[in-house]
Design a protein. Structure first.
Length: 308
């Protein structure tokens, strides 16, 4: 009998499970599929936004959008169009119900457990195909799948359960090559993100002005220390680089943001004699706040197709 067996909602950046149906059986095949679910969860950020993994008599399908992935396990003969319509319905309900900032800052697994009820109801409805009243949606999804079929993942691409190897995404059928990581889009900007961006620019401008004043003082007084000029300009560069990291995606983005924050702290420690405690506190706090916002603004999947 063709049917959906389970489904889950997972955060893309770290594979944290946010919600899931809880009706796994204990057969050998299902136990193996649980392993594949976990392996895929750890690799979502490396994979296209719509994928299928065939594992013997079962299929695992998922779609990703706005930093969240919606995964489901079904029997191999379950219609592809129904599977992705099911996932699309989960996606739209989750995006409508929850604020993306809340999903980005979640730290506990299954913290959206109340969404399990919607998953269960929708799963039961899609398992009773005779009662489905979504013929128009199915037709639209069928066209969408033909134009942009899901990327077929092979089991060998997942590597071993203990050591994951890099997934060579290659070409996405029907759309050409997948965009490289440096061109990946980030999640929408939030109000705290805008505030951190403006404050970082302000700190950079303050450092730049003080740096020029230090140069003037150096020209007028030969005894002035040139290293203060360097510290001010390094602080300016660090603040502007934090703005760049917030706006654009780069490799090792989080590590770079922490290193930049460290440079800001070092510059302000060196400038201790030229700034009062409130000025030092302001610059370091802004640097920490900007680092946090860079960490929270993660790469996003493709925006959902609301016409489906």
């Amino acid at each position: 009998m063709s049917m959906i067996l389970s489904a889950s909602v997972v955060r893309v950046r770290d594979g944290l499970p946010l919600s899931a149906s809880t009706d796994y059986d204990q057969s050998t095949g299902m136990q193996e599929c649980r392993k594949y679910f976990k392996m895929l969860s750890k690799k979502l950020s490396q994979l296209p936004d719509r994928c299928t993994l065939k594992t013997g008599q079962y299929n695992i399908n998922f779609i990703s959008s706005l930093g969240v992935s919606y995964m489901m396990l079904c029997t191999e003969n379950y219609p592809n169009v129904l599977a992705f319509c099911f996932l699309d319905e989960l996606q739209k309900e989750f995006i409508t119900t929850y604020n993306m900032m809340k999903t980005n800052t979640a730290i506990r697994p299954y913290c959206f457990i109340e969404f399990d009820n919607f998953i269960q109801r929708t799963k039961q409805r899609y398992n009773n195909t005779r009662s489905l009243s979504t013929k128009m949606n199915l037709a639209d999804m069928q066209t969408e799948i033909k134009l942009r079929p899901p990327y077929q993942i092979s089991v060998s691409e997942l590597g071993s359960a203990n050591g994951f190897s890099h997934v060579p995404v290659g070409e996405y059928k029907g759309t050409g090559k997948i965009s490289a990581a440096p061109h990946q889009r980030l999640e929408p900007v939030t109000l705290p993100g805008i505030v951190s961006f403006v404050l970082s620019l302000l700190c950079g401008a303050l450092n730049l002005i003080r740096g020029f004043h230090a140069i003037e003082s150096l020209l007028q007084n030969e005894g002035e220390d040139f290293s203060y000029v360097i510290a001010f300009f390094l602080g300016t560069a660090a603040c502007l680089y934090q703005c760049y990291l917030f706006v654009y995606y780069t490799g090792w983005r989080n590590a770079k943001s922490f290193l930049t924050f460290g440079l800001i702290c070092l510059c302000n420690m060196y400038l201790y004699e030229l700034r009062n405690l409130w000025q030092l506190f302001f610059h370091v706090t802004v640097g920490a706040f900007s680092t946090l916002q860079i960490r929270l603004r993660q790469p996003q999947g493709k925006s959902p197709d609301y016409n489906v």
